[in-house]
Design a binder for this molecule. Sequence first.
Ligand code: HEC
Ligand code: HEC
Ligand code: HEC
Ligand code: HEC
Ligand code: HEC
Ligand code: HEC
Ligand code: HEC
Ligand code: HEC
Length: 632
Amino acid sequence: MSGTEFEAGRLLEYVLFFAFAGVTLLTTRMYWRGSAGGIMPVSLAVLGVGLVFAAMWTPRTPTVPEQQTPEKTVEQGFVSSETCRACHPGQYESWYASYHRTMTQVASPESIMAPHENASMIGGSRRFDVRFDDEGAMIIDDVDPWPAFVKFRKNNGILPKDFPRKQGEVVMTTGSHHMQLYWVPLEDDGLTQMSWTWLIRDQRWVPGETVYLQPPSGGSGIAGTWTLNCIKCHSTGGQPRSELGSEPHPAADPWVGELGIACESCHGPGDEHVAANGNPARRYALHLSGEPDDTIINPMNLDSKLAAEACAACHAGRVDTSWDNNTGGKFRPGERIEGSMKLRKFELVPDHLKPDYFWGDGTSRVTGREFTGMSASACYTRGEITCASCHSMHDSDPNDQLARDRVGDEACLQCHPQYVGRISEHTNHVEDSPGSRCYNCHMPNTTYGILQLTRSHRIDIPTAAGTATTGRPNACNLCHLDQTLEWADTRIARWYDKPKAEFDEDGRTVPTGALWLLKGDAVDRATASWHLGWDPAIAASKANIQPPLLARGLADPYAAVRYLAERSLRKFSGYEDIEYDFVRPARVQAGAVQTVLAIGQAPENAPLDPLEEALIERLLRERDNSVRVIRE
Ligand code: HEC
Ligand code: HEC
Ligand code: HEC
Ligand code: HEC
Ligand code: HEC
Ligand code: HEC
Ligand code: HEC
Ligand code: HEC
């Protein structure tokens, strides 16, 4: 508990408290000894002590409600981060720097990350205008989002030119790390998401539907309702206060303990804790003894499963069965999650929807569902692994929030010390190779979300035979994209003394990079496109095999695949400045594909081991065109 310090304001209160207490003692003594003039000074001093004490006892009042954004409330015991700040400035500071805090913000010149300049964009068959008024407010002129969403889906991703429009002032933002969305209160629709999104790493506006992995007819990202959906994981103690059944147009006036993911999301409502610690005697006693404080949840003091479940409330595939459209969810940190939520397990999802959530082996395909992954690992079912085994919320880099001493192999070696000093012996790669890092083989990047691939949180064993039966790409071939499944299987069998598997012709002859990018479903194609530009995979694969494959990704029907293919392609020399924009639909991208293939003909760019054109054509013909919508 050494991190707990007291702020200057609190210190002043202490000084005043003890000063008044001293004066009271002194005057009382003087009174009894008859040296004081009368009762007056005593009562004054007592009154002073009382007043200061009362001031310290009362929790700080929450900040002022914001116009048209969800109103802050102290209902349900939430007292807000400002109240905690007074006694925990160190934790406040680390939280303040985190993306958790800035997940949902009131719109302001500080929170709006898009450039503060007027702009007009065309894309996704619509115009999108942004304007800033004299006071710095952001005004958006957009297609009327909800009707546009309906039309878009019906019309295979196309809106008529004269589609009705709406204007409004942005009052709230979502996201601050990879992308940012903007919310406008529209008369009949409550808080509505605007149809374009600001991509932070690319510093550009894009139509909202292009940031989700979905076919051109998918409408995710065009309109959204905050009050009955995003509020669940993007605020602290959200209460929609909406009539049941009114979705997607809730006439709601939501309350939140706080916007964003604040202290009480992970520590539980703080009113009791704050009231108890208003008593300076208790505060001192606790602080000095270092004893746990049973009026608040510290995930560090919970058993490993309960600690993970505090995070799972938002970082798991789950349905909140306790949800009430007026009062919100009932889950509180420190409780068993099954008490109020149903976890979305592989077995429970209908077969036709499984590929939108999971790989064939039951591993999550979707980011933000880290608990779903971790809880399926042997380290969890047979061990004590928890989110805090690798992450720290108060002592870490805000990007990924990995604990400072857990960014590499140490995270695993803390529980698997038998490999210390024997890494190469286990991995069969040289010690400092990316092929020797525990995370790379046991937590490969097979999770899709927010226009990137991220680490699977299911810790398991790479298997090429498994890829052949369940379709989930294995770690070896995600680096060795120029090799076949059978190639990897043979090495695994030899190195780890395992039986060899049988493969079909593609498994024996086609490099996995081509298999996944040309023949796979949309998630395979996204996974391959990302990995073809991943540095460790570039190091492991033969020179120049990537650009001709990525060229095909540029004309993929899914915008998200086109985006990832473009990003990877620009990493290769000769392709940095190609004319290309992933936002334009697949049907107009043939020219870009040809240009890129032509660059690949130059001797210095020619692949070391080119694929035959006939093979490429066949794989494209056999592509898995099933509709996939990754449910982020
Ligand atoms: C079940 C909980 C849950 C719900 C409901 C939810 N999200 Fe999220 N969201 C998450 C988590 C967890 C992450 C972080 C994912 C990660 O980093 O892998 C996230 C990340 C995001 C991001 C990226 C933020 C950034 O800084 O780049 C955006 C944008 C986003 N969500 C939008 C939405 C919108 C819009 C809604 C409502 C329509 C919504 N989410 C509903 C849990 C949720
Ligand atoms: C996303 C979850 C989360 C949020 C938000 C969060 N905490 Fe924590 N807090 C934790 C976890 C987990 C620990 C255990 C130690 C760690 O992970 O660094 C912790 C530990 C603490 C501790 C114990 C001392 C220590 O540093 O270990 C205090 C005090 C604390 N948090 C206060 C706060 C305050 C005040 C805020 C808001 C300003 C806050 N926390 C926001 C998760 C959170
Ligand atoms: C009036 C002062 C005060 C306020 C306000 C306050 N705390 Fe504390 N908190 C304490 C004291 C005292 C302790 C005992 C530990 C110490 O300081 O060494 C403590 C301990 C904690 C711990 C560690 C508990 C444990 O058993 O390990 C957490 C977590 C925590 N506080 C979170 C919060 C959060 C979240 C808020 C805001 C909702 C908050 N605190 C507001 C004084 C305060
Ligand atoms: C109330 C919902 C909620 C809770 C509880 C919560 N998170 Fe998050 N977390 C989110 C959302 C939403 C994001 C996306 C923020 C962003 O990236 O802008 C996120 C982002 C993260 C990130 C990625 C940070 C980055 O952007 O690089 C990590 C790591 C993380 N959370 C870990 C945890 C852990 C560990 C816990 C439990 C101690 C926890 N979270 C509790 C909702 C939550
Ligand atoms: C908190 C402790 C803990 C941490 C941290 C941890 N593990 Fe484990 N792990 C275990 C336990 C316990 C088992 C089960 C061992 C047994 O059954 O004998 C296990 C099992 C495994 C297995 C066997 C899986 C299987 O399906 O049979 C692998 C592989 C593994 N861990 C790798 C890792 C890697 C890689 C990391 C780091 C990314 C890691 N572990 C982090 C505790 C941990
Ligand atoms: C064995 C270590 C380990 C454990 C346990 C672990 N993580 Fe992670 N986590 C990582 C690593 C490594 C990354 C990725 C860092 C990178 O890619 O640079 C990561 C990334 C993340 C991200 C960011 C994903 C993104 O979209 O970029 C979130 C969110 C996250 N973890 C949440 C959690 C939660 C919640 C838990 C517990 C349910 C958890 N993690 C358990 C190691 C771990
Ligand atoms: C090149 C890929 C690769 C890398 C890198 C790798 N492993 Fe493994 N690991 C495997 C394979 C394959 C198996 C399965 C072996 C078997 O079934 O006998 C395995 C099995 C394991 C097991 C389960 C068997 C046991 O010993 O209990 C653990 C634990 C484990 N690895 C931990 C680690 C740790 C810790 C690291 C990082 C120091 C690491 N691995 C790095 C490929 C790798
Ligand atoms: C993170 C990327 C990565 C992963 C995962 C990985 N490797 Fe490697 N591998 C490399 C790199 C880079 C080299 C080149 C030499 C070096 O760094 O060790 C290499 C070299 C090799 C070699 C020797 C050179 C060759 O091409 O014949 C073999 C064999 C090999 N890896 C097999 C595997 C197998 C089998 C697995 C899975 C169990 C695996 N690798 C996992 C990156 C990886």
